[in-house]
Design a protein around this ligand. Structure first.
Ligand code: KE4
Length: 430
């Protein structure tokens, strides 16, 4: 069954004339999977509807924000009511305090927090804060982890850059990355070696506590705890980039889920409820270097935008008041992963299925995926065939092997079983 996509194709033609690649974020162009992107017209709950009237079970949820499902009535109503009061003031508002208090109340590692407008901005600001607080310049990131598109972090990044096969981005001067050191995920010795080679020069280690931009790579037992110890030993800060895991791996995110306390944390996605929001925060003494309290400058016209705050507060409050959401996400995630594993085994396919809670990934490789190098052994052509088939059957996955599968509170067992049925059909056709 091939999709009718004439309207999407026509819009894509127009788009490419006025937007680079026809999209406002590279992964949306379907480059790694071939074919043209379908253009989404609307969404509700776990479903997307494209311009040609095709419907899909949505397994990206806007890359994480839509953990309640699309257009949750409670969130939409709250946004509409907030907008009646005004969309943006550029002045201090109580609702920003309410949002900061709520986040700090939910996440024990968060003592103080600053709102920004994207995950990239959150990470960029957290790095600057770590450098300002420690007086050191070098940072450590991990191959395959993606932390947004700030210059210093586009070094063997994951996600779009990795999929595009461009280990470093164009337009990033050598000077911007000279202080960025790259370690191997799940390999503490690679981190220790960098500290040994750069004594007293490293401001921080930034890590995705569950790597979700090279597919899904879980931290091996002791990895995150080891990073905490190494940072303490070397007077460096530990930053958890929780743009994806924040408020998803349990309501308090990865720092509580794994019981490892970072010094700084970065957020995006879920805290905006679909509106453009990012945040960074953590230890009060560290955050006290941020302007206007301290010398580290960071600012933003729409930071703490009241409508975006209302969306975030509403979504986070629902998540805090309904812990069963996480229990159900775990059960549904396990149902999906177990189902796919059984299908692969039945068909003698040596593929990998990895995940935690509502985050999953299927790798077309027989290697256990522990890091960037093993993730890269995946057969991306086979993934592309899988993606196109699943899309044609009404399952919208991320159009890249190196993205995650996201479940929401709106997904049902029936949705997962339907998708498993389609996975089986894909494997049957060979
Ligand atoms: P944004 O600037 O896109 O809001 O956040 C950057 C970011 C930071 N840290 C982590 C761990 C992230 O996953 C992201 C962005 N995630 C990608 C999905 N892999 C966004 C999708 C896209 O780039 O279009």
């Amino acid at each position: 069954m091939s999709l009718q996509t004439e309207k999407s194709a026509a819009i894509f033609e127009r788009a490419q004339k006025v937007i680079p690649g026809g999209v406002n974020s590279p992964v949306r162009a379907f480059g790694p999977v071939g074919g043209k992107p379908v253009f989404i017209k609307s969404a509700k709950g776990q479903y997307l509807y494209d311009e040609d009237g095709n419907s899909y079970i949505d397994y990206i949820g806007s890359w994480g924000p839509m953990i309640l499902g699309h257009n949750d009535d409670r969130v939409i109503e709250a946004i509409q009511k907030q907008m009646e009061k005004g969309v943006s003031f550029g002045a201090a508002t109580e609702i920003e305090v309410e949002m900061a208090e709520l986040m700090c109340d939910i996440v024990p590692a968060l003592e103080m927090v600053r709102m920004v407008n994207s995950g990239t901005e959150a990470v960029m600001s957290a790095i600057r804060t770590a450098r300002g607080f420690t007086g050191k310049n070098k940072i450590i990131k991990f191959e395959g982890c993606y932390h947004g598109h700030a210059d210093a972090l586009l070094v063997k990044a994951g996600s779009g850059v990795m999929t595009a096969g461009v280990p470093d981005s164009g337009g990033v001067p050598e000077g911007c990355v000279q202080d960025t050191l790259t370690a191997t995920y799940n390999d503490l010795s690679s981190v220790e070696a960098l500290f040994a080679g750069n004594p007293d020069e490293i401001a921080c280690v930034i890590v995705e506590p569950v790597a979700a931009n090279m597919g899904i790579v879980l931290p091996e037992k002791g990895f995150l705890e080891g990073l905490r110890t190494i940072c303490d030993k070397n007077n460096a800060l530990l930053i958890f980039d929780e743009v994806i895991t924040g408020f998803r791996l349990g309501v308090a995110g990865a720092s509580e889920y794994f019981k490892v306390k970072p010094d700084l944390l970065t957020y995006g996605k879920i805290i905006g409820g679909g509106m453009p929001v990012g945040a960074y925060g953590g230890r009060k003494d560290v955050m006290s270097v941020v302007a206007p309290l301290g010398p580290v400058y960071q600012a933003g016209t729409l930071s703490g935008n009241p409508v975006a705050m209302r969306a975030g507060i509403t979504q986070l409050t629902i998540l805090r008041e309904h812990p069963e959401i996480y229990t159900n996400l775990e059960l549904l995630g396990e149902r999906f992963r177990t189902g796919v594993k059984e299908i692969f085994q039945k068909h003698g396919l040596p593929y990998q299925v990895v995940g935690e809670g509502s985050l999953s990934c299927i790798y077309f490789t027989e290697q256990k995926v522990l890091d960037y190098a093993s993730a890269k052994t995946s057969d991306t052509e086979q993934f592309a065939r899988y993606f196109r088939y699943m899309l044609s059957q009404g399952n919208y996955f991320g159009p890249s092997q190196f993205e995650a599968i996201f479940l929401s509170a709106a997904h049902t067992k029936e949705d997962v079983d339907k998708t498993l049925h389609d996975v089986e059909a894909f494997c049957r056709q060979g």
